[in-house]
Design a protein around this ligand. Structure first.
Ligand code: IPM
Ligand code: MG
Length: 355
């Protein structure tokens, strides 16, 4: 048996993990993998029940599982609680607790959705990018101060900090990933200003010597943000820090036409992989049955690929999604006149039917 912990979390998390599990069950019928699902709470849902966004028991259960399928956390209901109890803390606790340093965020532009992109079709057509985001270091985990008063003036601060081994392992992951793609790595930093970025660039250049078959270029983050809008097809693999990766991956998602389409895989030192769509909990549409589940279903495909080594099953899901979109099924976020407007459940069924 392969044990998958399902953490629906908050907002649309329950709806989209429901869709991904329905797809995985159909896959399991077909490929006889032997999937077992175990449900846990995290984020606001866990805070409401246990007073903690992530319990030690849930973290232990995750460590013992083959993979985690995660929905989303957060929402206005928990905006004003103490910082250490905020729903996002569950995500950080899981990322850090499982040592998930490498976050893979693939962005593909579907031909069927090309006019949904805010960019002109001739600019965006063919864009196919993998963002490799460092996930357990940098300013997200550096020392911080919520408030201090110096000379009568209140201030707060955070620290961007990276060590050589932390940079090395994420950069290696990027080079290895590029070898399976178009063999091009763009490392994104702010080395004209930040010391941590200058170290980052040095380690990237050093590591690149072990990968002579892969082309490397380094780019400042502000330029990268512009290049993404001007000429997104120049990129293959992008490797960057936690914070820059967070920002750039939303920009990427947007040029694809909807945040709801993007999956991610978080991999690390251990054997447990973590899979989530990247759009967040979308509290404004939660519970209405209209969320786009495709990013989460694609995350389930990544789970099969990276944690269970079931490449064929992963491709089967991806092909079913291509077919569903080509056949005109659309949730509201990607709907266009003349196509079939679907609820979360309807598009999920259309995908299941194509497996
Ligand atoms: C993401 C999200 C998270 C992050 C939030 C929810 C804390 O935006 O996974 O990109 O910033 O890492
Ligand atoms: Mg983000």
């Amino acid at each position: 048996m392969k044990k998958i912990i399902v953490i629906p979390g908050d907002g649309i998390g329950k709806e989209i993990t429901g869709s991904a599990v329905a797809v995985l069950k159909k896959i399991d019928e077909k490929f006889k993998i032997g999937l077992e699902f175990d449900y846990r709470d995290a984020g606001g849902a866990s805070y409401d029940k246990y007073g903690e966004p992530l319990t030690a028991e849930t973290l232990d259960a995750c460590k013992a599982a083959d993979a985690i399928l995660f929905g989303a956390v957060g929402g206005p209901k928990w905006d004003n609680i103490e910082v250490s109890k905020r729903p996002e803390k569950a995500l950080f606790g899981l990322r850090k607790g499982l040592g998930l340093y490498g976050n893979l965020r693939p962005v593909k532009i579907y031909d069927a959705l090309i006019d949904g992109s805010p960019l002109k079709p001739e600019i965006v057509r063919g864009a196919d990018i993998l963002i490799v985001r460092e996930l357990v270091g940098g300013i997200y985990f550096g020392e911080r101060c919520e408030s201090e008063t110096v000379d009568g003036v209140e201030r707060a601060w955070d620290t961007e900090i990276y060590s050589v081994p932390e940079i090395e392992r994420i950069v290696k992951l990027a080079f290895e990933s590029a070898r399976k793609r178009r063999k091009k790595v763009t490392s994104v930093d702010k080395a004209n200003v930040l010391a941590s970025s200058r170290l980052w660039r040095r380690v990237v250049n050093e590591t690149a010597k072990d990968y002579p078959d892969v082309t490397l270029n380094s780019m400042y983050v502000d330029n990268c943000a512009a290049q993404l809008a001007i000429n997104p097809t120049q990129f293959d693999v992008i490797v960057t820090s936690n914070m820059f990766g967070d920002i750039l991956s939303d920009e990427f998602a947007a040029i694809g036409g909807s945040l709801g389409l993007l999956p991610s895989a978080s991999l690390g030192e251990g054997t447990t992989g973590f899979y989530e769509q990247i759009a967040g909990s979308a509290p404004d549409i939660a519970g209405k049955g209209v969320a786009n589940p495709i990013g989460e279903i694609l995350s389930a495909a990544m789970l099969l690929r990276y944690s269970l080594n079931e490449e064929k099953a992963a491709q089967t899901i991806e092909a079913a999604i291509d077919k569903t979109l080509a056949d005109g099924y659309r949730t509201g976020d990607i709907y266009k006149d003349g196509l079939k407007k679907c609820s979360t459940a309807e598009i999920t069924q259309a995908i299941v039917d194509r497996i």
